[in-house]
Design a protein around this ligand. Structure first.
Ligand code: ADP
Ligand code: MG
Length: 309
């Protein structure tokens, strides 16, 4: 059996609009099928930042009354559907072209979060359109979190809680056992919290896709979490004259570099933290951060930054 790897695709694997997405997924499919040919058991996770923002704006525009407002959890579900469709379609074509008979499917996936997560009392992620101060005050009176966004106007803000479980992970596990390729936990998964014993309730939140991928990799007992982004390696002194690209990073080193603020909040920091979260669950578990086009070389130990205990 091949090595099991969870691959988290960053924003540049999907582009900023649908036309870009349909082209970008072809390159992604080619790089991913290379890994299948190498014998890896792959699980594909993707981001959804621009896509879910667009859906949220479209739903806001279509809403005639506040009751028509489509919650964030539903927008994430929609984004999983249409991004997953593009990825599974492109992968299917690439597999068939290379004579590989492996079914691919997207699983609409829910990510369990704790409704007492401190992130809910401090929502920080702006979403959707802009409002005037008066409109924002009305929304606040209706119980919605709003914040001024960098002098551009007022926006809804939502929380980014930590994933504590992946509801459908056993289905992903069975797909892998059958030799199938799952596209899952898109956009970090649909955030849900327990409401009583059986019900899961969609939350106004977004889960970071790198943290959700780390949780999925842990539950699937994956050999490696692979975070594919816009840089080949992680750097210290990033963008400065003494910039240094790292090939390997222990958890202790990573902690020290985080304390020295080498990794930008909202971009590289969550990736390094997600990589550490997976690597520290068990000795031998590793995380790799590199470019999509370097995934094969990175897994072969030729490039990228490997985070381990
Ligand atoms: P994604 O869409 O893949 O999640 P992001 O744009 O959020 O990607 O994060 C990756 C970016 O983080 C890189 O393109 C790079 O500009 C930036 N970055 C910030 N700090 C660092 C660092 N220390 N080393 C490497 N890249 C960094
Ligand atoms: Mg990002």
């Amino acid at each position: 059996m091949g090595k099991r790897v969870v691959l988290a695709l960053g924003g540049n694997a999907l582009g900023d609009n649908l036309a870009e997405q349909m082209l970008a997924v072809r390159d992604a499919a080619s790089a991913l099928v290379d890994l299948v040919e190498e014998g890896y058991e792959i699980v594909i996770v993707h981001g959804n930042g621009p896509q879910v923002g667009m859906i949220n704006l479209a739903m806001e525009a279509a809403a005639k009354t506040p009751e028509d407002y489509i919650p964030m959890a539903t927008c994430v579900a929609m984004s999983q559907g249409y991004i997953g469709y593009d990825i599974q379609n492109a992968l299917r074509e690439e597999l068939l072209k290379r004579g590989i008979n492996k079914p691919v499917a997207t699983i609409i996936t829910q990510t369990l979060v704790d409704d007492k997560d401190p992130a809910f009392s401090n929502p920080t992620k702006p979403i959707g359109g802009f409002f005037s101060k008066e409109e924002a005050e009305k929304l606040r009176a209706q119980g919605e979190a709003v914040m001024e966004d960098a002098g551009r106007g007022w926006r809804r803000v939502i929380a980014s809680p930590k994933p504590i479980g992946i509801v459908e992970y056993e289905i992903i596990e069975s797909m892998l056992k059958m030799g199938q390729i799952p596209v899952t936990v898109g956009g970090g998964g649909i955030p849900v919290a327990k409401d009583g014993e059986y019900r899961l309730c969609g939350m106004s939140a977004v889960v970071d896709k790198d943290f959700a991928s780390a949780k999925l990799a842990e539950l699937l007992d994956a050999d490696m979490l692979v975070i594919l982004t816009a840089v080949e390696k992680v750097a210290i002194n990033f963008g400065k004259s003494n910039e240094e690209w790292l090939s390997a990073l222990t958890i202790e080193q990573a902690k020290a570099y985080i304390a020295e603020e080498h990794f930008a909040k909202g971009s590289m920091l969550p990736k390094v933290e997600a990589a550490m979260a997976f690597a520290q669950t068990k000795p031998g578990r590793k995380a790799l951060i590199t470019l999509l086009s370097k995934a094969k070389d990175g897994l072969a130990g030729k490039t990228g930054t490997v985070i381990s205990q």
